[in-house]
Design a protein around this ligand. Sequence first.
Ligand code: IPM
Ligand code: MN
Length: 359
Amino acid sequence: MKSYKITLLPGDGIGPEITKVTHKILDLVSRKFGFEIKFKEMPFGGSAIASDGIPFPDRTLQECKNSDAVLLAAIGDPKYDELPREKRPETGLLNLRSSLNLFANIRPVKIIPSLTKASSLKEDFVKDVDLVVVRELTSGIYFGEPKGRIKTEKGERAFNTMTYTSKEIKRIAEIAFKLAKQRNQKVCSVDKANVLDVSQLWREETILVSDKYKDIELTHQYVDNAAMQLVRNPSQFDVILTGNLFGDILSDIAAMLTGSIGMLPSASLTTNGPGVFEPVHGSAPDIAGKDKANPIAMLLSSAMMLKIAFNETQAATYLENAINEILTEGYRTSDLMSNQTTQQVGCSQMGELLAEKLK
Ligand code: IPM
Ligand code: MN
């Protein structure tokens, strides 16, 4: 029997609740499709600060490196907002990304037909949305040097550096073009080339890469315009290629097209080594422990994992279809409630309904 090793990082806030559901569902799916998944839970984020004193302990890194895939729920806890930057949960996440060299962050945004009413945009605008944000994840302003804060005679000064090398731009552009080839043959590269030197290089390198992909249409948008286009006419997009910071912002905007950020999965990938699969949403401390969280983004992230990391495409599709069915039947977590014809359920009940479908 095929067997896969997953490092499970439940993290903080609603993380443990949605992890519990996901673990149970993956057990059922693997049994049904005749493979085995071995899970190992490790501390990460705020919960690791509590247990190990740091957000990303070395034992967690080693375990991640030794697995076939990493499944992460969410991190972040206002309790740790006052800690110095290197000790905060978010720094743990950035370290995880750079230690595993996860330069390619893939965030698909696809409308689920039964949910068009949950979007804050009019149904007609969102019903055909099917796009993917390809976000560079291990460079740009998130990691650029120099950075820091210095005290000067005139007061304090703080700075970060937005930097990309040709090589970094080329390798993420390649990912976007390859993806567009399997999809609708369009790449829209988003930058701020009217102002930033780093974006000028971004644009030049993207055009060079596009020479190899004659069938793919490459367009460029400035990031401010792209933000507007995402809410004005989102179905124009197929693959959006962009850097770390712009991708962070645009993927949150794109998420809302689906009605809730609680629906969006992601994959963070490298050329050779385990990927990290995680929902786009955060740890939602305001609803943590209240059984209100939406587990679907994490479940869809595990479907991405089944497909991309394990090549278990059938199992992934089966899981995605089961989720669609539950939503079509009208079951919703509170973030997705739009009208009275739907029935509100909690996180654990959502898991139970799904488990029934998968038996
Ligand atoms: C994301 C998150 C992270 C990011 C934070 C938690 C560091 O917002 O994955 O989009 O900014 O990349
Ligand atoms: Mn973000």
